[in-house]
Design a binder for this molecule. Structure first.
Ligand code: 0X9
Ligand code: ZN
Length: 429
């Protein structure tokens, strides 16, 4: 029986990443504004999957399918854009990641470890089971809410955690979500860890006395599940709309789908791109769930954080044009306080966090993001946290699983600091 389990896991792992057979990954390093502009066109023409956006002085990382590699590299050479191949066998690298994950899974099974893992990435079903289990075990503090199913019918679940059953309306609310971008696997565990710290392993009891919490680990369950069973670098939702090309190219970039300067910059009209904004604002049930939470608790949400990866950044509005909001002093101060606390617990070889305006820090404009939307409707403190990624290529999205717990626990320190300051600012407003 055990042998069968091991064999079937191997067959599954080895067949899984066929999609990436022959794909290469490249570093690209444009050195002038003109090259950056030309690059934009090249990336579109060769349907390149951008894992990390290049800006001047910061190389980007891209994946290129076999049939486009020749044209892509020739086009870079014509424009004089520096590049080098990083991985000539993306599939092999992914198979390797999978084998390690499966080995850890088998080891945990053998040890009868039933808890949600923090030494391995968390599968959707395990997260769902955990949310149900916590709600059942701590009914006096925790309420499970399933407001809708995703496009493919997966329940979108979140927890409301409160010592006063959300009835004390003088308490500020902290809302944290993760997993809108499917491939950013480190994001959901930081949200489940926050649940763990608020309910199971409580070291800061005042956090429940002072705040109500809403924690939504996986906004985009379809995409998230898809990356565990199919293309590892899937980013979007999995929906199909009236656009005929969405049948072959499903999915919308959830972080371009909010109604804030929707589809004006940093987006694409074609469903076959990674930053497709959707057919209209809030076309996706997944973003509607987040929108509805934001509006339901609008007067009480003191702090909204959406968890992404990677880059070790704490970003705040406005991301579409790089200007600052009226609350930018507080946004910056609380962002720095969170980064300081994370940094204090971090490892020396992890990248240092950078805090700042979304556009200015990431170097490209984005419209329709959840962070900007939340702030635009009146949430005073709204952030995107780009969690750390290590390594030189797509490892950015696949931080060594042995670091998951480290990232979760250091990020928790940031949440604690952010909540404390957000609470003070909220009460004094
Ligand atoms: O591009 C994005 O959606 C985010 N980066 S990621 O690598 N996780 O995809 C950054 C979004 C920040 N933008 C705004 N707040 N507008
Ligand atoms: Zn993201």
């Amino acid at each position: 029986m055990k042998l069968w389990t091991v064999l079937s896991l191997c067959v599954f792992v080895c067949a899984k990443h066929e999609h990436y057979t022959g794909w290469h990954s490249y570093y690209i390093e444009p050195s002038t504004q003109e090259q950056l502009q030309a690059l934009g066109v090249i990336l579109q023409e060769y349907a390149v999957d951008v894992l990390s956006h290049p800006i001047l002085k910061r190389p980007g990382i891209v994946l290129v399918r076999p049939e486009h590699q020749h044209g892509f590299t020739k086009a870079l050479e014509t424009e004089g854009i520096a590049y080098r191949m990083y991985s000539s066998d993306v599939k092999r690298a992914l198979d390797h990641d999978d084998r390690r994950m499966q080995a850890k899974k088998i080891e945990n099974l053998a040890r009868h470890k039933k808890e949600l893992p923090y030494d391995n990435y968390q599968e959707l079903e395990k997260i769902d089971e955990y949310l149900v289990d916590i709600a059942n075990r701590y009914p006096e503090k925790v309420t499970l809410v399933t407001p809708a199913n995703s496009f493919e019918g997966h329940p979108i679940k979140y927890l409301k955690i409160s010592s006063t059953n959300f009835e004390d309306i003088s308490k500020p609310v902290i809302f944290i979500d993760g997993g809108i971008h499917a491939r950013e696997w480190i994001a959901p565990p930081t949200v489940t860890w926050a649940i763990h710290k608020l309910v199971e392993n409580v070291t800061e009891p005042d956090l429940l006395d002072a705040f109500d919490w809403i924690l939504l680990p996986v906004v985009n369950p379809d995409g998230y599940k898809f990356t565990f069973t199919g293309p590892r670098f899937w980013r979007k939702t999995r929906s199909i709309n009236e656009d005929p090309s969405s049948i072959t190219c499903p999915g919308v970039d959830g972080n371009r789908n909010y109604d804030f300067f929707w589809n004006t910059v940093g987006t694409d009209d074609s469903p076959c791109t990674e930053t497709y904004a959707g057919s209209e604002p809030f076309s996706e049930v997944e973003t509607r769930v987040v929108r509805d939470i934001l509006h339901e608790h609008l007067n009480r949400i003191a702090l909204y954080i959406t968890m992404h990866s990677y880059g070790s950044m704490i970003l705040y509005p406005w991301g579409h044009d790089g200007t600052f909001s009226n609350n930018s002093m507080d946004l910056h101060a609380v962002g720095v306080a969170m980064a300081d606390e994370i940094q204090a617990k971090s490892l020396s070889h992890f990248p240092k966090y950078v805090v700042g305006n979304s556009f200015q820090v990431i170097g490209y404009a984005t419209s329709g993001s959840s962070e900007d939307y939340a702030h635009s409707i009146g949430i005073p403190l709204a952030y995107t946290i780009e969690l750390p990624g290590l390594g030189q290529s797509f490892e950015g999205f696949h931080l060594d699983p042995s670091y998951i717990e480290q990232v979760c626990s250091e990020t928790w320190e940031g949440f604690v600091a952010g909540a404390a300051l957000a609470g003070e600012l909220f009460t004094n407003k």
